[in-house]
Design a protein around this ligand. Sequence first.
Ligand SMILES: [Cu+2]
Length: 151
Amino acid sequence: MFQLKTVVAATLAVLSLSAAAQSAVTVTDPWVRATVPQQKATGAFMQITAPKAMRLVEVRASVAGTAEIHEMSMADNMMRMRQVKEIALPAGKAVELKPGGYHVMLLNLKGQVKAGDKIPLSLVVEGEDKHREIIEVTAVARPLGGAAAAH
Ligand SMILES: [Cu+2]
């Protein structure tokens, strides 16, 4: 009986290890659009791949007073932006946050974001089991580009 318990404990340890490995969310190419002086808002973009069905529920950014999750879409021939509560991250499928689509909106910026600046972001993701994880990423600021810059 004692031996059986040991085996069970060892098996559980292996299971929880593999569960931890599976929960690694990958974030590739995170970047923030650089700003001009006095500009109070900008966008952050990246690709997020979750190993299992999850949701991006919150973003925190020390450079901004507030960070919101936004979606941009075409309605009546106008680009419109709205805040969304979350972004679904389907298992194993990269979800792209990009200009013109989903993005993280950084509001009430505490200073100018200059090209090359490294901007730390914390992404809060939640699994179907309601378990939350925080993923720390460093986004690099890219120069303003053309008319889309003002968002
Ligand atoms: Cu926005």
